[in-house]
Design a protein around this ligand. Structure first.
Ligand code: PLP
Length: 380
């Protein structure tokens, strides 16, 4: 029996599930995880908070996650200087579930969502999964968004949901506030549509969060996660900030008691240790910048990165280079962007291992040629 022999929805036929390879190799730099385990005092605090929650597991959890949303609002207020309250924040099992709830509420059959690709593949996958038609918007060759062209595409397709990923996965580049504002205006002119800014990696960015843009823009949503900067991908905790009406709207589709008491307790413990966790983020930013410099030094092309990962290339045979790096025990990501690979910033030792692998894996004529081309372009 094959999937297609089952009476599944027509639009799911022939689709592939999300799936980064989970290979057991010494250095895994392919899923943009934080390489630092949670610090021991936080692990102890999680155990304490979870034990407390366990005493009440015969009861359903707080359906509205009030204490957690207050904690997340306080975190946003403190780190961006833009005051948020519990009513303007909503939490779910990873930002993927946040995106799913948004699409269930604002997308769905007969509606469409648009994103500028290459971008986070789940925007398209969750759209399709919720019966929302997907529209692939354009980027320039340097992966930035051409506002004029984007405005034209929005006016042509009049999508109900527009995704802007900043910093963008897999390219790493952040989107300027003026660009987001222009796209928001274009989306509102086409029809009143929801604009979702996916800020999963914003804590690693050189640019400030776009959170203050929420002021006076009721159809704008900022999506965040504890999977990256908080180093808690296994926790599955994502959240959004928006007008309180958006939070009220997603209540129409969220499952009752979707966020377990254990999840809420763990996330609250993590929020108590924000400063330590953001300290790791600073280390990772420095390592990210070191990797960018080292790869450019080798003669490779690197897209500017505001994230905890780097897009590097360009390769005539991307898969061959991916495999050759893997043969050195280092797993990076081939996102299907022709000519480019993506590596997550790891610990200093992991990054050294990656750079060693690149030196061996990338044929030296490629490196030498790239170095010459770079020197020539710098002379121009
Ligand atoms: C841009 C972007 N958004 C959202 C997510 C999903 O994160 P979460 O673990 O919160 O579901 C990811 C994960 O890689 C991502 O790259």
């Amino acid at each position: 029996m094959k999937i297609d022999d089952l009476p599944i929805r027509d639009e799911l036929r022939g689709q592939s599930p999300y799936g980064a390879p989970q290979l057991d190799v010494p250095v895994q730099l392919n899923t943009n995880e934080n390489p630092y385990p949670l610090p021991e005092p936080l692990v102890a605090r999680i155990a304490e908070r979870v034990a407390e929650a366990a005493r009440n597991l015969n009861r359903y959890p707080d359906r509205d996650a009030v204490e957690l949303r207050e904690g997340l609002a306080a975190y946003l207020t403190r780190t961006t200087g833009f005051a948020r309250s519990r009513e303007q924040v909503w939490a779910a099992n990873g930002s993927n579930e946040i995106l799913q709830q948004l699409l269930q509420t604002f997308g769905g059959p007969g509606r469409s969502a648009l994103g500028f690709e290459p971008s986070y593949s789940m925007h398209a996958l969750i759209s399709r999964g919720t019966g929302t038609a997907w529209i692939s918007g354009p980027r320039r060759d340097d992966f930035t968004i051409d506002v004029e062209e984007a405005t034209r595409v929005i006016a042509e397709h009049r999508p109900h949901v527009v995704f802007i990923c900043s910093p963008n996965n897999p390219t790493g580049t952040a989107v300027a506030a003026e660009t987001v504002l222009a796209l928001y205006e274009a989306a509102q002119a086409a029809r009143p549509s929801l604009v979702v800014v996916d800020e999963a990696y914003v804590e690693f960015s050189h640019r400030a969060s776009l959170l203050p843009l929420l002021q006076g823009r009721p159809n704008l949503v900022i999506s965040r996660t504890m999977s990256k900067a908080f180093g808690a991908a296994g926790l599955r905790l994502g959240y959004l900030a928006a007008d309180a009406a958006v939070v009220d709207a997603v209540q129409l589709v969220r499952l009752p008691y979707h966020l377990s008491a254990v999840t809420q307790a763990t996330a609250l413990a993590c929020l108590e240790h924000t400063d330590t966790l953001l300290g790791y983020v600073e280390q990772l930013k420095a390592e990210r910048d070191r990797l960018v410099d080292a790869l450019r030094e080798l003669g490779l092309e690197v897209t500017d990165s505001d994230a905890n990962f780097i897009q590097f290339g360009r390769f005539a045979d991307t898969h061959a280079v991916w495999q050759a790096i893997l043969d050195q025990g280092v797993l990076v990501r081939d996102n299907g962007v022709p000519g480019w690979l993506r590596v997550t910033a790891g610990t200093p030792a992991e990054n050294d291992a990656f750079l060693d692998a690149v030196r061996i894996a990338v044929p030296s004529p490629t490196l030498a040629g790239a170095r010459l081309a770079r020197a020539a372009s710098q002379e121009l």
